[in-house]
Design a protein around this ligand. Structure first.
Ligand SMILES: [Zn+2]
Ligand SMILES: [Zn+2]
Length: 404
């Protein structure tokens, strides 16, 4: 509850109450079992009773509940347990199969192209809707609004990759969507623009939390304090190695990443600040490598934070928690799955094609700083042979795209 009072989480309609993911999974499994037993349990009792009365089949050879996995058979015995005759049950089951087959033959799902409102219909309401759709600017407005929808531009092929093999049980686990919001520069914070995620991931409950942390890429990791005229060949000079400490703060717990031997616990001053202010609850501390997603307690929709290189803050929001479906990728090793990726890497501000190698935060000849430049453009613009032109400051920088 560390931030709940400050954020007033209980009054936010888009924030859920705290949920322990492991407990949610247990409840979801029980609810699933209750649902699938709705027909199967009475059907099984009925078959057992039939065999007991018959008496010709020894009790040891009686079917078990798992023998009644066939949904048609199970449904037939369920109907019979309610007193319906066997022939009538067969008629119902076969009739349903025939209707489904006929439907699929007449309306193949692959060819289905819905047109709304239908063109061949003269209802006044549909005519009015068609006229409204033809008004100038409506289509642009619709496109603009649709970009704000939660599932806009999701990689649907990743979201629904395939079905579990027939008769193979679906993994008893949960999946959840994670929205990663990139850090904002101080000048962006002044703007009233909407906070937008640039990456959305699908994660699984059994996955270690550290795997989620490893998917949070940040360009600032590859900045350096080395001036353009200094040697930048040592990878230890870049921020990712110079400032290797980081943590994820979720609900009331700091999950600290100390996998790099030089990493330290940078939450100490934050925790002592919190201890001195009553509005924060008592925060907990855990090792990120000892935590699975199923161990987390969190509120869906509430922004949490990932902090690295001192003060680079990325918002992390969890949504869409649910039991795994047969349509979900079952292999644990494939998670996290990128569902959406709008992260952009800067191009050289002069040639607009090459990967930048320098960042120029100050210059008396560039109107927009910081500017990113590739090596060729940087040397051509800022140097005349070995002489510096104008007044500027520049640092070595590695673009993250070269690691992808
Ligand atoms: Zn960052
Ligand atoms: Zn260039």
């Amino acid at each position: 509850m560390s931030m709940d009072k400050l954020f007033d989480s209980d009054k936010k309609s888009y924030v859920s109450p705290p949920i322990n993911i492991g407990e949610f999974l247990d409840k979801a499994i029980k609810a699933d079992a209750r649902l699938s037993n709705f027909c199967a349990a009475p059907a099984f009792e009925y078959v057992k009773e039939l065999l007991r009365v018959d008496g010709t089949i020894p009790a040891a050879d009686h079917p078990t509940a798992s023998d009644l996995q066939d949904c048609r058979l199970s449904f037939k015995y369920y109907l019979m347990s309610k007193g319906i005759e066997s022939e009538q049950c067969d008629e119902v089951v076969n009739g349903m199969d025939d209707q489904l087959q006929e439907l699929l033959m007449n309306v193949p799902v692959d060819n289905l192209q819905g047109v709304f409102p239908p063109k061949e219909n003269n209802l006044k309401s549909l005519q009015a809707l068609r006229e409204f759709q033809d008004l100038p600017g409506i289509r642009q407005e619709k496109t603009l609004l649709s970009t704000r929808l939660k599932y806009h531009d999701l990689r649907s092929g990743e979201y629904r990759k395939g079905y579990a093999a027939p008769n193979q049980p679906v993994e008893a686990d949960v999946v959840m969507m994670v929205h990663l919001v990139p850090p904002r520069l101080p000048r962006d914070v002044q703007k009233q623009s909407r906070v937008r995620p640039d990456v959305k991931l699908l994660i699984r409950g059994e996955m270690p939390l550290s795997k989620l942390r490893d998917k949070i890429f940040c360009g600032y990791d590859y900045f350096s304090n080395l001036h353009d005229f200094e040697d930048a060949s040592n990878v230890k000079d870049y921020y990712i190695n110079r400032y290797p400490s980081s943590f994820l703060f979720i609900h009331d717990t700091f999950y600290i990443d100390k996998r790099n031997p030089e990493a330290i616990d940078i939450t100490v001053p934050i925790r002592s600040f919190m201890a001195n202010h009553k509005i924060f609850g008592e925060p907990k501390v855990r090792d990120i490598t000892m935590t699975k997603i199923n161990d987390l307690t969190l509120r869906l929709g509430e922004p949490y934070v990932f902090v690295h290189i001192g003060d680079c803050e990325h918002l992390v929001v969890f949504t869409d928690l649910r039991r795994m479906h047969p349509t979900d990728t079952q292999a644990l090793g494939e998670y996290p799955i990128f569902l959406y990726d709008r992260s952009t890497t800067p191009k050289c501000c002069i040639c607009k094609t090459d990967t930048p190698a320098f960042i120029v935060p100050e210059s008396d000849r560039i109107p927009h700083c910081p500017a990113f430049m590739c090596t060729n453009c940087f040397n051509a613009f800022n140097y005349n042979n070995d002489t510096r032109i104008g007044d500027f400051k520049a640092f070595h920088f590695i673009d993250q795209s070269i690691f992808e």
